[in-house]
Design a binder for this molecule. Structure first.
Ligand code: SF4
Ligand SMILES: [Zn+2]
Ligand SMILES: [Zn+2]
Length: 304
């Protein structure tokens, strides 16, 4: 088989419609898909200061490459890359190398914040001290740092590398756990309310698959290898991921259908839960929270 557009040698096969694309047609296809997502959901506007959360992996560097391309054309848009070093031995140090290399090459300001410096312990140490699941601690503290550091940098948006697979997993996880209210905060641009303390999250790769992003990052030389967090296997997400992968292999397009149907009901969910929100501020740090004290401050106290 050959590329469906130009008859050149293909680099990717799409089982959903049994077609293939060559390298240059694939690059055009992916860029156009990302641009359509950005414009349809108004993810980027003139004068935005966007913090791009990067880990040095394929998703975040691909996100940064597309946003950087836009910022280079529209000079009123400012970007800053932020990397959170959780302190996961034999993993994060490898991806940091790729992140630094990418930012240096593209002349992008990179800020690195670590759990060790900000909270006194690495994630590896916290797991032993708190006897909690790694992803629970990591998720809470990383979200907290990204939100507070984005405010510190005077950014108004926070871009992440979440893709179609991450989002379809989150939708199913929330269904399985009866957490529909959390789903209401998701989507290509997050948040049901506008609040200065909540930096809105944008996900330009929302409709891109892992396979597409991995190939794009590899063909562009963004990453030196495939590194996976050693704690990923212990997570509930991993079980949902395996289940969806098996299902999608048998019934191609399943993840895409989950996202399309989710996008259709999302405005209804946002509308429903908008009126439910009574925003409080954490008694310890002043960040928005649904309880008296935010989850991050509760964890930080337990660490002391
Ligand atoms: S897999 Fe879990 S512990 Fe590892 S980086 Fe992701 S959230 Fe953190
Ligand atoms: Zn082609
Ligand atoms: Zn707090």
């Amino acid at each position: 088989m050959v590329c469906k557009h130009c008859l050149s040698k293909p680099v990717i096969y799409f089982p959903i419609n049994s077609t293939q694309l060559c390298k240059s047609c694939f690059f055009r296809y992916l860029e156009s898909k990302v641009k359509k997502t950005i414009s349809k959901y108004k993810l980027i506007e003139p004068k935005d200061h966007i913090v791009v959360a990067i880990s040095g992996g394929k998703d975040s560097l691909t996100t940064l490459s597309f946003i950087n391309k836009i910022a280079n054309k529209q000079r009123t848009i400012k970007i800053t890359a932020v990397l959170i070093d959780e302190g996961i031995s034999n993993y994060r140090s490898k991806t940091i190398v790729d992140a630094k290399k990418f930012c240096k090459k593209n002349k992008i300001t990179l800020k690195v914040y670590s759990f060790k410096k900000e909270f006194g312990f690495t994630l590896d140490q916290m797991i032993i001290k708190l006897k909690m699941k790694p992803c629970t601690i990591c998720g809470v503290l990383r979200r907290y740092l990204l939100n507070t550091k984005s405010q510190l940098l005077n950014a108004n948006k926070l871009a992440t590398g979440h893709n179609l697979e991450d989002e379809s997993q989150s939708v199913i996880m929330n269904q399985f756990r009866n957490n529909v209210e959390i789903s209401a905060r998701m989507g290509p641009i997050t948040g049901v309310i506008i609040n200065k303390k909540f930096i809105r999250r944008i996900k330009p790769l929302y409709l891109c698959t892992e396979k597409e992003i991995g190939l794009f990052a590899f063909l562009n030389g963004f990453i030196s290898g495939y590194h996976e967090c050693p704690y990923a296997e212990q997570s509930y997400r991993q079980d949902v991921k395996d289940m969806l992968n098996n299902f999608d292999e048998k019934y191609p397009g399943t993840k895409y259908s989950i996202i399309q149907s989710f996008l259709e009901i999302l405005p209804l969910l946002k509308n429903k839960y908008k009126s439910n929100i009574r925003l409080k501020y954490c008694i310890s740090c002043g960040e928005p929270t649904s309880k008296e004290e935010c989850q991050a401050c509760q964890l930080i106290k337990k660490l002391k």
